[in-house]
Design a binder for this molecule. Structure first.
Ligand code: XBP
Ligand code: MG
Length: 258
């Protein structure tokens, strides 16, 4: 089955955004005078929880405070997360998280070749639009047949729900698509949805179990930012182009039918 769609995760995959998320959370905590401050080490641990609202809830539950205090704090999660999202999207619009190497090139290549594009992310939809509009232009969100993100599904990654939603709107079988992820949770979700998955880890996900990746690369690479020799050799090209992706995916499918 030929390649008909690319499905992209957002945080860590389109751009290395989690440090900006961390700063936005902390700025929201200052703005609401809670004075919490998540260190990079603390945030790396909190990232085991998908979803910003769920992350705040888990942090509140971990506090050494009376239950009544924690119940009161839990009623403020929506307000806190709205403030955080406003701050995050403003930082993104200010260019604080460039797209990773090869992302703009591959999205444009797929768009111009007539492939369908989709997003499958745990993050809040406003974050996705800010990232796409800032780096690919005001029309970019409309290049995507579906932006499946945030609370649009009951179960977040590593559950496959968000990928099932993206595939349903695309109207495609998983065999006709490729997923792009950065984390173990995202990889688990994409594989559970039956997708060939390219993984480009970041600092935050470098210790995740990525052994189920169909293609594991340091990034997608670019003509002016070619992959290192090892990755280029495994790919048979200095960066991941649509042609290289189709070649590798077809070869893997052919081997599986033997
Ligand atoms: C990563 C996440 C998100 C972000 C924070 O999403 O787990 O929760 O860390 O964004 P993905 P929100 O890798 O699936 O794009 O605060 O909007 O959840
Ligand atoms: Mg991610």
């Amino acid at each position: 089955m030929s390649l008909e769609a690319l499905i992209f995760d957002v945080d860590g995959t389109l751009a290395d955004t989690e440090e900006i998320h961390r700063q936005a959370f902390n700025a929201a905590f200052q703005e609401t005078r809670l004075w919490w401050n998540w260190s990079p080490h603390q945030y790396a641990e909190l990232l085991s929880i998908s979803g910003g609202k769920e992350r705040i809830a888990a942090y509140i539950a971990s506090l050494d405070e009376p239950e009544a205090t924690k119940r009161g704090l839990a009623t403020r999660i929506g307000e806190l997360h709205q403030a955080k999202t406003r701050i995050f999207t403003s930082l993104i619009a200010g260019g604080r998280a460039p797209l990773r190497p090869g992302v703009a090139r591959l999205i444009r290549e797929a768009h111009e070749a007539g492939l369908k594009l989709a997003i499958a992310s745990t993050t809040t939809p406003a974050n996705v639009e800010a990232l796409l509009e800032t780096h690919l232009g005001p029309d970019a969100p409309r290049w995507f047949a579906v932006i499946a993100a945030g609370d649009k599904v009951p179960m977040k990654k590593p559950a496959p729900d968000i990928y099932h939603l993206a595939l349903a709107v695309l109207g495609l079988a998983p065999q006709a698509c490729v997923a792009f992820e950065d984390s173990g949770k995202g990889l688990t979700a994409a594989k559970a949805a039956g997708l060939f998955t390219v993984v480009t880890p970041t600092f935050w996900t470098r210790t995740d179990d990525l052994s189920a990746a169909d293609l594991l690369l340091p990034s997608l690479g670019d003509p002016d930012a070619p992959l290192d020799d090892g990755a280029a050799r495994s790919l048979g090209a200095p960066f991941l182009s649509l042609a290289a992706l189709e070649r590798i995916k077809s070869a893997r499918a052919a081997r599986q039918t033997v």
